[in-house]
Design a protein around this ligand. Structure first.
Ligand SMILES: [Zn+2]
Length: 54
């Protein structure tokens, strides 16, 4: 399972219809709307996915 970073919904990546590659990582979305929102402000969302450097 993966998380839709926009709406925080859990998604089965096998069944996900919406995905894109950003900075070498694949991201999955529940809907076209969430995917568009991600492409508008990707950094807002990927920072919650990337581990915080210690
Ligand atoms: Zn979503």
């Amino acid at each position: 399972m993966v998380i839709d970073l926009v709406c925080k919904m859990k998604i089965d990546e096998e069944a996900a219809s919406y995905s894109l590659n950003y900075e070498g990582r694949d991201y999955f979305f529940c809907s076209e709307g969430c995917m568009e929102e991600f492409t508008r402000r990707p950094l807002e969302y990927v920072k919650s996915d990337w581990p915080v450097p210690t």
